[in-house]
Design a protein around this ligand. Structure first.
Ligand SMILES: Cc1cc2nc3c(=O)[nH]c(=O)nc-3n(C[C@H](O)[C@H](O)[C@H](O)COP(=O)(O)O)c2cc1C
Length: 143
């Protein structure tokens, strides 16, 4: 067993809205809990940014599966690396809606206050997601 972290961004397809996120998260959380995957998903109505942490095989398998999901496209794999410990161990899949992508955090890690993952380095994406998880630490708030 090797513990890894995978980070990618993707663009949502037309027709998918923030209302559809509940169903997606429900399936994701159930499945991730079964296979020991944790992580975080941010979505602003246009882009997804997701981190998957867990066993190397399980993370690979899930990423390949997610990459064929018709609800998003233009997947860009930003990082896949072995890690000593998880950053998001408390969440089978934490969710960050647009309302929590606040101006100060976007400016700290991005070029401007827009959430535009394609213009962010993998380090900045990771920094942003980590800061978000720390700010909204209670799993109840960041569910
Ligand atoms: C942006 C995005 C993130 C997703 N994240 C996960 C996830 O973390 N875990 C998961 O099991 N499915 C996730 N899914 C859903 C999978 O792509 C897939 O629909 C789900 O695993 C059910 O697969 P099945 O219909 O073949 O059973 C995600 C889908 C999208 C579009």
């Amino acid at each position: 067993m090797y513990l890894v972290r995978l980070l990618y961004v993707s663009k949502v397809v037309k027709g998918f809205s923030t209302h559809d996120i509940d169903a997606l998260l429900h399936t994701a959380r159930q499945h991730n809990a079964q296979v020991g995957i944790t992580g975080i998903l941010a979505f602003n109505g246009e882009y997804f940014m997701q981190i998957l942490e867990g066993d190397r095989r399980a993370v690979n398998k899930l990423y390949h599966h997610i990459s064929t999901d018709p609800r998003h496209e233009q997947l860009l794999l930003l990082q896949m690396r072995e890690i000593d410990e998880r950053l998001f161990a408390e969440w089978s899949m934490a969710y960050v809606p647009i309302s929590k992508l606040t101006r100060d955090l976007l400016l700290r890690y991005g070029i401007n206050e827009d959430f535009h993952p394609l213009q962010m380095s993998s380090m900045n994406c990771l920094g942003l997601l980590k800061a978000l998880s720390e700010r909204f630490q209670a799993p109840k708030q960041l569910t």
